[in-house]
Write a new protein. Structure first.
Length: 131
């Protein structure tokens, strides 16, 4: 998989793309959530660069993810940890988790894969949610 500098807008975009794709498809409600919350601007990217990084992520999914019997592609936990490791700054980790939660809750249907991703992010980033 491609690697971007730690804590870069591109690394954060890959985490966002992961949240968008983890349930197998990008839903309109998830895209509306990105727009409503001005995620692209908050990441520090223009829309063209954001789209490019998301497309590159999709290319990486095709190359590195496991194809399930359903036809969906799924990254293994080690690959997901690799993506999460690119976000080291605690403030960015909390921002990333917030965006993830907005995305996975956007369609009102929390898939098992989305729950697993959020749990893995909290554990990987060692986030203390009680403050």
């Amino acid at each position: 998989m491609r690697h971007y500098p730690t804590d870069s807008p591109e690394a954060m975009t890959r985490v966002v793309a992961l949240a968008l794709m983890v349930d197998g498809a990008i839903d309109l409600s998830e895209l509306e959530s990105l727009q409503r919350n001005e995620v692209v601007n908050r990441l520090g990217l223009d829309h063209a660069r954001f789209d490019k990084v998301v497309h590159e992520f999709c290319d990486d999914m095709l190359a590195y993810a496991d194809r399930m019997p359903s036809g969906q592609y799924e990254l293994n936990p080690q690959s997901i940890s690799h993506l999460l490791a690119d976000i080291d700054d605690p403030k960015l980790q909390k921002k990333g988790l917030s965006v993830m939660l907005d995305i996975v809750n956007a369609d009102g249907n929390l898939a098992r894969s989305e729950t697993a991703l959020v749990a893995q992010a909290i554990k990987h980033w060692q986030l203390d949610l009680v403050q």
